[in-house]
Design a protein. Structure first.
Length: 277
């Protein structure tokens, strides 16, 4: 691992990932730079209060922390991963532009096929060498090809879903990969919820995906890991020292009773599924 002193004397072509903190707002800006820590570069954002774009004068309430050093390719990849991690967990604490896909039109089919190769058997996406019209400049295109072309696309978000970001006109939207895989395979974006048949959100094999209503998807929810009964809707009550059965109907929970015998509680749950669903 290099120290900051070592890095300031490093050869051209190396880079680093940095984090600016605004002491007044308690917010951050995360970025990467190809160069040395003492070359005068600060940041390229237009959204930092009191800290103009590419300014060489650092306001007193801003401090910079160097997170890692390495080759340009390594640092660009690390920056991408850190962005994705923070986007899923605490993006509201960052000045980096947050772009939501809520209410937006999904990417066109031809755009998706220009971005990705899809393996429907494994449920994975691989970045292609994308055409120039996807980028603002040829330099951005070259950077993308160097870092991503031929590599597996996306990452796993905090909810356990594989996600991937697509950029158009300089703006990035994040999509769950199962929707993209469905669209690329069938030729249309799903109009309903996509259910993972085996309950594994990371398994995007096309044979594991089906289009269902929200209610149907809820019925196929994977059993919670800490469930003692082995059956959805049946849990052990420490308070009553009995098995409790419940079911959700129209966003309401219905109590189905408590039972000394687990099998009786499961039977009550199954009967309710027939009655209500």
């Amino acid at each position: 691992m290099k120290t900051q002193e070592d890095f300031s004397q490093s050869k051209a072509g190396e880079a680093f990932v940095y984090l600016w903190r605004n002491a007044e707002t308690k917010k951050f800006y995360l970025g990467s730079h190809k160069g040395t820590i003492d070359d005068g570069y600060t940041h390229s954002s237009r959204f930092l209060p009191d800290f103009p774009h590419c300014s060489k004068v650092v306001p007193d309430h801003y401090t910079r922390r160097i997170l890692a050093y390495g080759t340009a390719s390594e640092m660009y990849r690390l920056e991408y991963k850190l962005h994705a991690n923070r986007k899923a967990k605490c993006w509201d604490r960052y000045y980096n532009v947050k772009v939501s896909n809520y209410g937006k039109e999904p990417p066109a089919m031809n755009f998706l096929h220009e971005c990705f190769d899809v393996n429907v058997d494994t449920g994975t996406l691989t970045w292609k060498a994308r055409p120039l019209h996807h980028f603002k400049t040829a330099q951005y295109q070259k950077r993308h090809h160097t870092i991503y072309a031929g590599k597996k696309a996306g990452n796993i978000n905090s909810q356990g879903y594989p996600v991937v970001g697509t950029s158009q006109n300089g703006k990035t939207s994040w999509w769950r990969q199962h929707k993209i895989i469905w669209a690329m395979h069938y030729g249309y974006w799903p109009t309903k919820t996509i259910d993972h048949i085996d309950g594994n959100r990371a398994n995007n094999a096309i044979t594991n995906l089906r289009e269902v209503t929200v209610a149907e998807n809820a019925r196929n929810r994977r059993l919670i890991k800490n469930s003692v009964s082995g059956h959805t809707g049946v849990n052990w009550s420490k308070k009553n020292s009995k098995w409790e059965a419940r079911i959700g109907v129209d966003s309401k929970k219905i109590h189905l009773g408590t039972y000394s015998n687990k099998e009786d509680a499961i039977a009550a749950r199954q009967a309710a599924e027939i009655k209500y669903w």
